[in-house]
Design a protein around this ligand. Sequence first.
Ligand SMILES: Cc1ncc(COP(=O)(O)O)c(C=O)c1O
Length: 452
Amino acid sequence: MVENVVQIIQNKKTLSKTNRFITNEEINQLVKEHGTPLYLVDEGTLHEKVLELKNAYEKFHGHVRIAYSIKANFNPSILKAFMKDNVTFDLTSLGELFFIRELKINPENVIYTSVTEELEEYKQVLSYGVERVVVSSYFGLINLSQAANIVGIVPKVMVRINPEVGVKAEVRASYKNGKFGVPLNGGKVDSAYYIVKSIFSNPLLEFEGFHFHLGSQITNFVCYINALERLNSLLNKLKKEIPNFSFKTLDIGGGTPVFYNEPVPTPQEMASIYIDKLNDLVAYHGKFTLMIESGRFLVAESSIMISKIVNTKEYNDHKIVILDTGYHLLLDAALLKQEYPQEIVSNKSNNNHLYFSNSNKQYTGKNIHLAGRLCDTFDVFPTSKISDLSYANLGNYILFYNVGAYSLVFNMPFHCQTKPPVLMKTCNGDIKLIRKGTSFNDLYIEEGGSIP
Ligand SMILES: Cc1ncc(COP(=O)(O)O)c(C=O)c1O
């Protein structure tokens, strides 16, 4: 039955559009002012995505809360935009907590899910007033309890389970003997069962609920059904053992996919696969808040990167197009072979056609290869099925779509490369600088160049 539903959904996968929020004239003008490479973020898309994700779960029989996983993109202006949507912020490190503090984000709107779970870390988290903490090991629970005692706060503890289900995704986060979370019944103390019982017997802690994160860019949603079924068995077991057992929040992590090469289901189509399972949990175990903790879906389509074609060469019927960007700015192109959709925009002040006679006519998308500027074999850009590389000629611009997630945050200085500026188109249509580009001098100093 489940397989049938999945098949139906997969047959009518919705083709998301690339999000072109800027005209060719504006692109030419912005490049004149800021150069290339250049990132552009559309604020309106950020707000729309929050709404789309929330609406996808409208059939859930309880309260729904959207959390933004700031690891996907921690640019302060993007965080400020999401503050307007009153989302919860999902953090994983003290560095991310620093950003949240600087922005004076209400700690009630924070959920902290650490991998390291150190005592010092938890002391700082609780001292800022964050109450909702997700533990992923028994050692983490001990540290949290000690931190709670020192700081004098009773944290609302969630337990990150590793349901150990098979996941079809670009990045899998739940697998047998995996790094994240604890098994339901596995190890002696590192099991969800044991940890929940420990929380109930510890007056320094309050039990809030469960968390799982199955992976990113998930394309088959049966894994949610399997994870919820496994959670249901655990809940039944806990109910038998703990007389006053109940939970208030279930966080089902991220995974909502984004269009790159293949059409993907919408969040609503995705939710429809397992919404009944979620409602069954409400029916059997009482009302709870459902937390959807998304990174990729909320930011990916908000952003475009503009790069310039700076060299070309031809091998009989193949053309290599060399750009002034590389995997130092779009790491997932190399790491995950991410097929970002691309489009050529003509450079209005391009005089190169005066020197080169390439008509480009003999080249189709298939025999044009995009390569980055780095001296590294892996610095090539796979193309999306909807990439249009006609007129991939010297001097023209190339847009990379859907680059808002897991790209800015991976910018790196390999080959002494600098960080490009980031501009935001605000909801009232203004374009503002939200991150300055860095210079070679900045990099030299940062790398210790001024140390005698
Ligand atoms: C715990 C947790 N929650 C949520 C997310 C966000 O996932 P996605 O970007 O697929 O929405 C991640 C991503 O790694 C994560 O580790």
